[in-house]
Write a protein that binds this ligand. Structure first.
Ligand SMILES: N[C@@H](CCC(=O)N[C@@H](CS)C(=O)NCC(=O)O)C(=O)O
Length: 221
C-alpha cells in the first residue's frame, strides 16, 4: 500500500491526501512533523510527531519536509510533484489526459506555492500557532494587504471558467483550493470575490475535500 508521511494540519500534506482520494489510491498515513504534534504547534510546549529528522526519513527526503510518499519503493517529496505523479500514474482524468491541460493545472499549483503559501504561513503562525505574546498584528495586516491582490488575480481568472484549467476539475484546483479555504477561515476583512467564492463552493463538494480539508481544526490548529 502507498505510504505517506505528513500531518493533517499541513496544507502541503492536505493536497496530497485529497489527490489520493481523487485517484482512489489506498494509503497509509504516518503522522510526521518537526513542528507540530497531537497538541498543536511546539511553540505551545507540546511535542512534535517526529520522524522527519530520523536517518531513515532523511534518506527518503533530505529536506525533512512533509509530505513524502513511498509508492512501492518509488520515493517522492514536494507536494505538487506528488499530486502530479498521482494524477499521471493513477488518474489521468485529473488533467483530462492532456499535457496542455496538465501544464495549465500546474501553473496554478506552482503559483499557489510562490504567491499564496508564504502569506498563509505568516497568517497561520501569527493568528493561530504562535503564543499570543509573540504574535505581530502588523505582520498580519501587511500580509492581508499583500495576499488580496493575488487572490483577486485568481478571482479574475475564474470569471469565465468553472475551474482553474477550464471547464473541468483538475489536479490544478487542489493546491489553490486548500489555500483559499484556509484564507476564508481566517477572521480577516476581505473584499467580495464572487468567482473565487463560487469556485470554492464547487470544489468543497468533492469527497477528498470533505475527508481531508473541510475540518476547520485542520487549519486553525
Ligand atoms: N514546497 C514543499 C514545502 C514542504 C513544507 O515546508 N512542508 C511543511 C508543512 S506544509 C513542513 O514540512 N513543515 C515542517 C514540519 O511540519 O515538520 C512542498 O510543497 O512539499
Amino acid at each position: 500500500m502507498l505510504k505517506i508521511w505528513g500531518r493533517p494540519t499541513s496544507i502541503c500534506t492536505q493536497r496530497a491526501l485529497w489527490t489520493l482520494v481523487e485517484a482512489d489510491v489506498p494509503f497509509e498515513l504516518t503522522l510526521a512533523s518537526a513542528t507540530m504534534g497531537p497538541n498543536g504547534h511546539v511553540s505551545g510546549g507540546g511535542s512534535a510527531f517526529g520522524h522527519v529528522n530520523s536517518p531513515e526519513y532523511r534518506s527518503m527526503n533530505p529536506h525533512g519536509t512533509i509530505p513524502t510518499i513511498d509508492d512501492d519503493g518509488y520515493i517522492l517529496w514536494e507536494s505538487n510533484a506528488i499530486c502530479r505523479y498521482l494524477a499521471q500514474t493513477y488518474a489521468p482524468q485529473l488533467y483530462g489526459d492532456d499535457v496542455k491541460t496538465l501544464a495549465h493545472a500546474s501553473q496554478w499549483m506552482d503559483w499557489t506555492n510562490t504567491q499564496l503559501e508564504p502569506h498563509l504561513h505568516t497568517l497561520v503562525m501569527h493568528l493561530v500557532r504562535m503564543q499570543e505574546a509573540d504574535r505581530d498584528p502588523a505582520a498580519v495586516e501587511q500580509t492581508r494587504q499583500e495576499i488580496i491582490p493575488e487572490l483577486a488575480r485568481l478571482d479574475g481568472h475564474l470569471a469565465d471558467k468553472s475551474y482553474v484549467a477550464g471547464d473541468d476539475f483538475t489536479v490544478g484546483d487542489i493546491p489553490p483550493a486548500c489555500a483559499v479555504y484556509r484564507w476564508f477561515l481566517f477572521d480577516l476583512e476581505r473584499p467580495a470575490m464572487p468567482n473565487l467564492e463560487a469556485w470554492q463552493a464547487r470544489v468543497q463538494g468533492r469527497e477528498g475535500f470533505q475527508r481531508h480539508i473541510a475540518s476547520p481544526e485542520n487549519h486553525l490548529a
